[in-house]
Design a protein around this ligand. Structure first.
Ligand SMILES: *[C@@H]1O[C@H](CO)[C@@H](O)[C@H](O)[C@H]1NC(C)=O
Ligand SMILES: *[C@@H]1O[C@H](CO)[C@@H](O)[C@H](O)[C@H]1NC(C)=O
Ligand SMILES: *[C@@H]1O[C@H](CO)[C@@H](O)[C@H](O)[C@H]1NC(C)=O
Length: 468
């Protein structure tokens, strides 16, 4: 062997090592590693087109043209608000019209409407180069609406791959009906069949390895029993998975104990909507928080105020102070804060006509007051290292609520037409000098262990901390 052929051989060996490393190592992150992440949720089809200047008007019931390249083009917009994770729509090929991604027909191919495999790799790379993590949304409960023509589905093309036909009528967890019948007539995969189980794992490993996702959101989790989820979680490297359990708290508890590390925090969602959208008693926040504390890992829950399946917050109220208060609350209480695209543009659509999924491009990605508010919330969250500190309640009554997290106190009201004043003990501000409201720069006073706090009408939320 000559020197040059030896070095050629060495180059070859290195290339093979790189190839193997590149194709077999998933980079999924654990639940603990997701602490400190703030997620911006997009519907891939609705966030940004490759060429927004020439984008069509969006008919919300059909594909509108959003793409991975469009996401790359608008990463500054997301990063500019301070988010460091993005949850995108399910990536796999879908049944005709499946712009939302929840109608899989091929678990091993990307949905060409959003771009090519290479476009998706490029998007995830662009995110990682900015320390933004990407969350993969998965559906393993059902296929797209093919009726009984399973030949349209890959690789689950036999009737034996599905449960026998029936329809879900009662949406409650732990029932045979929910486990085996069809949700909205979507063919229900039978995960007891070894082929189905093996291929689903294989498909997820393919997606995680090929595109290097950091964590997962799992659809329709309570439609499959907990045992399936815990084996899947182990088989794919024990990543962070936030599972959709949309029922009562006891269901979230059971799945968080024995199925997935975390759930989509619907119990908190209902409480936050009730309190800040409908002026419900604010003591419900404390009740929900104490209930959440009974989960194995309350701080891993995926907190949200809006998502793709519900009316937007502003549908039922026009109060921006209440909206901001709800958002600030889901950031600073236990959980991983998640904001649905369009929040920053005051979107107010409904589920009934699908306008809760409208296209973002007509907004021109304007840096609104809400955009700047979210930037401030993300900024405080990260610079104060809030995940290093436990959440502690400091005040709760019908219309005033304060929590402490380390060096800061968040106070909110659910009335924006009245000024509210409370005298609050046990504060961490003695000896700090002047403390102020971080959002407005106002409300300054000398920091003390007991302080009288006023929120003027329309100024909720306030975040008290040492003057910067
Ligand atoms: C089902 O898929 C397998 C392999 O994926 C293929 O060999 C078979 O022909 C398909 N059957 C039908 C009915 O499409
Ligand atoms: C699911 O698959 C298992 C294993 O093949 C089978 O015993 C069971 O009857 C199937 N369940 C339904 C509801 O089809
Ligand atoms: C937050 O953590 C960083 C890095 O560990 C540190 O430099 C900074 O001082 C911390 N900030 C606060 C307010 O504790």
């Amino acid at each position: 062997m000559t020197a040059s052929s030896a070095s050629l051989a060495l180059v070859g060996v290195i290339a093979i090592i790189l190839l193997v490393a590149g194709t077999t190592e998933a980079r999924v992150r654990s639940s603990a590693e997701w602490q400190g992440r703030r997620i911006y949720q997009v519907m891939t089809d609705r966030f940004s087109c490759t060429d927004n200047a020439n984008a069509p008007n969006c008919n919300v019931n059909e594909y509108c043209g959003g793409s991975y390249q469009g996401l790359v083009n608008q990463l500054d917009y997301i990063a500019g608000m301070g988010f460091n994770a993005i949850w995108i729509s399910p990536i796999v090929q879908n049944y005709q019209g499946g712009y939302h991604g929840y109608w899989a027909t091929n678990w091993f191919a990307v949905n060409p409407n959003f771009g090519s495999e290479q476009d998706l790799i490029n998007f995830v790379d662009a995110c990682h180069s900015r320390d933004i993590w990407v969350m993969l949304d998965i559906v393993v409960n059902h296929a797209g609406p093919v009726g009984t023509d399973y030949s349209q589905v890959y690789p689950f093309n036999q009737s034996e791959h599905y449960h026998s036909m029936c329809q879900v009528s009662q949406y409650d967890c732990f029932t045979e009906e929910v486990y085996t019948c069809r949700l909205a007539d979507l063919p229900d995969l039978n995960q007891t069949v070894p082929f189905v189980r093996e291929q689903l794992t294989k498909a997820l490993l393919w997606a995680l390895n090929t595109f290097q996702f950091d964590g997962l959101r799992a659809d329709t989790v309570m439609y499959i029993d907990q045992g399936y989820w815990s084996q899947l979680w182990n088989a794919i490297g024990q990543p962070y998975i936030a599972g959709e359990v949309w029922s009562s708290f006891s269901c979230n508890l059971a799945y968080a104990q024995y199925g997935v590390p975390a759930t989509i925090n619907y119990p908190l969602y209902y409480t936050v909507r009730n309190v800040f959208q409908s002026n419900g008693n604010m003591q419900q926040l404390g009740t929900a928080w104490r209930q959440q504390a009974t989960l194995p890992h309350p701080q891993w829950e995926l907190n949200f105020v809006d998502n793709q399946d519900n009316d937007r917050f502003l549908q039922a109220t026009s109060s921006i102070p209440c909206y901001k208060s709800a958002l600030a609350y889901i950031f600073f209480t236990d959980g991983v804060p998640t904001v649905y695209y369009g929040t920053e543009q005051y979107f107010q659509g409904t589920v009934s006509d699908n306008t809760n999924r409208q296209a973002l491009w007509p907004s021109n990605y304007a840096q609104t007051d809400m955009y700047n508010f979210l930037k401030k919330v993300n900024g405080a969250y990260s610079s104060l290292n809030v995940t290093n500190y436990p959440v502690e309640e400091r005040w709760q009554d019908e219309s005033f609520y304060c929590l402490i997290r380390g060096p800061m106190m968040l106070c909110t009201t659910n009335t924006d037409s009245q000024s509210q004043t409370r005298t609050i003990p046990n504060l961490p501000f003695a000896g700090l000098g002047t403390v102020c409201d971080y959002f407005s720069g106002g409300y300054c006073q000398n920091g003390q262990a007991t302080m009288t706090i006023t929120i003027n009408a329309g100024d909720s939320p306030i975040l008290i901390m040492k003057q910067q």
